[in-house]
Design a binder for this molecule. Structure first.
Ligand SMILES: [Fe+2]
Length: 168
């Protein structure tokens, strides 16, 4: 996921320092999940509302864990807001559009793509084609339009590149 975030940030010509910050935030984004409720994260089947409310606390918990580390001051908001959605239907603060820092908008796209292309205890991966069509469908709604466009360019390049490689 942090690799995807880094690729998007580079494609968007963001400055080198900020790219590093986005990559770091990608590595730490779910640190707020640590310890407290592994049993929920490994649970097969859907979470009930109460359980999901607990999981929804992880961005704030992550920010709280890291808050005293001065070097991370700039990247903590990326972690804190990585589940906010462009249209205001995300969590924890239902921020909208530009209220969400660009780094967090990038992490949200990278994280969603990573999740859709990975198996979870409660479901198999929906697959690459599904993930790509979801990014298209929700760009400008849930996902930042430019972030999705940049990611699709990067993915297209790498898919073309791998198609040219010998199959062995
Ligand atoms: Fe998360």
């Amino acid at each position: 996921m942090s690799h995807y975030a880094e690729l998007i940030a580079s494609e968007m010509s963001i400055d080198e320092e900020e790219i590093k910050g986005i990559r770091l935030a990608g590595l730490l984004h779910d640190i707020g999940k640590i310890g407290t409720y592994d049993y929920l994260l490994d649970k097969p089947g859907r979470l009930n509302n109460e359980e999901f409310d607990i999981v929804k606390k992880h961005p704030e918990q992550g920010a709280a864990i890291l808050k005293d580390i001065k070097q991370l001051n700039d990247v903590i908001p990326f972690i804190q807001y990585h589940h906010e959605k462009l249209d205001g239907n995300g969590y924890p603060h239902r921020l909208k559009g530009d209220q969400i820092p660009l780094g967090a908008r990038i992490l949200h796209v990278a994280d969603s793509f990573d999740s859709m292309t990975s198996d979870r205890p409660y479901r198999p991966s929906p697959g690459l084609d599904f993930a790509l069509s979801e990014l298209e469908k929700f760009k400008g709604i849930q996902f930042d339009h430019e972030v999705v466009e940049a990611f699709l360019r990067v993915l297209r390049k790498s898919l073309e590149w791998s198609a040219r490689m010998p199959s062995e």
